[in-house]
Design a protein around this ligand. Structure first.
Ligand SMILES: Nc1ncnc2c1ncn2[C@@H]1O[C@H](COP(=O)(O)OP(=O)(O)OP(=O)(O)O)[C@@H](O)[C@H]1O
Ligand SMILES: [Mg+2]
Ligand SMILES: [Mg+2]
Length: 460
């Protein structure tokens, strides 16, 4: 038994493989003995007849988090199979048989093609391909050797696999804003090329084969590595359309269009946060002024908070101290066809709230915002000021969970301290840097750039 095992190759939980006949010199596979058949993540899968046989053509993005490096492949179809994927869905897939190289060895394996766009591994190595040849050491990774970015760039002869500076676009409206100046400064200091892209000056070509984004004057922006969106609420619709276009070109967006657009819908955000087990102040929402009385009762009566759904910087947030005031304010807004929500007033917060800046699942800085005397809104724009604060482990956990629930890699999470514990107020997808960098002395702009580097450069 031992002797037999000695002849077997020991692999870790992931390994670099190659498919010489498909011109794929390196692709990192997740070693998955739980799956029977191996699979390759392929796009543009199309079957066609060739000399009386059924063939398939497809494209493979062999490198994780890189949709620019693409290999076009063709192979004979040897079977069609229904495969149950990890999410439980059954899917009919083409099966091909090709030689695989792993370490020093090479043999032929069956591989199914799937166009599930997994941002993780581009390939799964199933047990059928390993039987009799491989032992798995789940603690190890790339036991048969790593591939550096330099080696990959050479193998794929691709300038897109960068080892040095990245080409970054800052998609925003005002290059003179503190936040935007800091992001540009930080990107340049870290050796990247960054260009300010005014949202209004970008336009796009929607086309199945050659989609493009142009900048005023005709310059094509397709060769960016990453885009940092900093979108003011009034530009959300157009900017998210642009972001979707960047995404479909395989350009990494620090916050995605989907995450940003859902974060801009206050009610949807609150529902998502609740779905993820996060607590918010009790909130009510109605369509018709006829329901005002019950709406007020629902959130516990006056005093209560009324918020315009489209409001920002505290402008659309009103405190109604009495039931009568609440009733008239709600009806006044309703008569203007304004969308509002009503919310339990967290009096004990005494005009303070917390802003936690989350990047890539970590709270990188937090401040307490304190309202001006006589004001309940802590917004800096309403005269509030920022103070240093130590947040509790629970608050940290909530902030991280909220950013994750909203699928935001960069988020400003606002929390209010209530008698019932910390409650979530809202999650911002383009949180400002000035107040928080000044108060904490943290270099948050650099942390944002580092989050991009982690995705595009240093990922093994
Ligand atoms: N339910 C509440 N109870 C007590 N204070 C509240 C409550 N909701 C909001 N506030 C205070 O009012 C401020 C503004 O509210 P909120 O953050 O919801 O709206 P906004 O700031 O206008 O929106 P945005 O941050 O998107 O610009 C908060 O920072 C907080 O200090
Ligand atoms: Mg706010
Ligand atoms: Mg907001």
């Amino acid at each position: 038994m031992n002797q037999m095992n000695e002849a077997k190759m020991v692999v870790g939980s992931d390994e670099w493989c190659a498919f010489p006949s498909l011109n794929i010199p390196a692709i990192k596979a997740k070693v998955d003995s739980g799956a029977k058949t191996s699979s390759l993540h392929a796009v543009n899968i199309q079957s066609f007849p060739r000399n009386g046989e059924q063939w398939v053509s497809f494209d493979v993005h062999p490198l994780q988090d890189n949709r620019k490096t693409k290999v076009h492949c063709e192979a004979q179809i040897i079977d069609q199979r229904f495969i149950k994927s990890s999410n439980g869905d059954k899917e009919k897939r083409h099966v091909i048989r090709v030689p695989i190289s792993l370490g020093e060895k090479s043999w032929s394996v069956e591989v199914t093609l799937t166009d599930r766009d997994s941002m993780g591994y581009r390939m799964l190595l199933g047990r059928e391909a390993m039987t009799g040849r491989i032992l798995v050491d789940p603690e190890g990774q790339c036991l048969l050797g790593e591939r550096s970015q330099d080696v990959l760039a050479e193998l794929y002869k691709s300038p897109d696999i960068r080892t040095g500076g990245l080409k970054i676009g800052l998609l925003a409206s005002n290059p003179d804003l503190y936040s935007n100046r800091r992001i540009i400064e930080a990107a340049e200091a870290r050796g990247h090329e960054i260009q300010f892209l005014n949202i209004k000056n970008c336009y796009m070509k929607l086309d199945a084969t050659t989609p493009e984004i142009h900048y005023r004057g005709g310059r094509v922006l397709n060769d960016l590595d990453a885009v940092i969106p900093r979108i003011r609420p009034s530009m959300t619709f157009y900017a998210c359309t642009l972001l979707r276009q960047f995404e479909s070109l395989g350009i990494y967006c620090l916050n995605t269009s989907i995450a940003i657009s859902q974060s801009r819908d206050k009610l949807r955000s609150l529902q998502l946060l609740l779905d993820n087990g996060l607590d918010i102040p009790t909130t009510g929402f109605a369509n018709s002024p006829l329901d005002t009385g019950d709406l007020i009762d629902m959130v516990g009566g006056a005093p209560l908070i009324i918020k315009l759904l489209e409001g920002t910087q505290g402008k659309g947030v009103v405190l109604a101290e009495t039931r009568k005031a609440a009733d008239s304010v709600i009806n006044a807004f309703k008569s203007l066809n304004a969308n509002i929500l009503v919310q339990e007033f967290i009096k004990e917060a005494s005009g303070k709230d917390l802003r936690c800046f989350v990047i890539d699942g970590r709270v990188v800085a937090s401040i307490q915002r304190v309202a001006a005397p006589g004001e309940f809104r802590a917004n800096i724009h309403q005269g509030g000021h920022a103070e240093l604060v130590k947040i509790t482990p629970d608050e940290k956990r909530i902030a991280i969970k909220a950013a994750k629930a909203m699928d935001l890699r960069v988020a400003g999470v606002d929390i209010i301290r209530s008698n019932k514990g910390p409650l979530l107020l809202e999650v911002n997808s383009s949180p400002g840097l000035q107040g928080i960098e000044t108060a904490t002395n943290e270099d948050i702009a650099s942390r944002m750039i580092m989050a991009i580097e982690k995705q595009l450069l240093h990922k093994k």
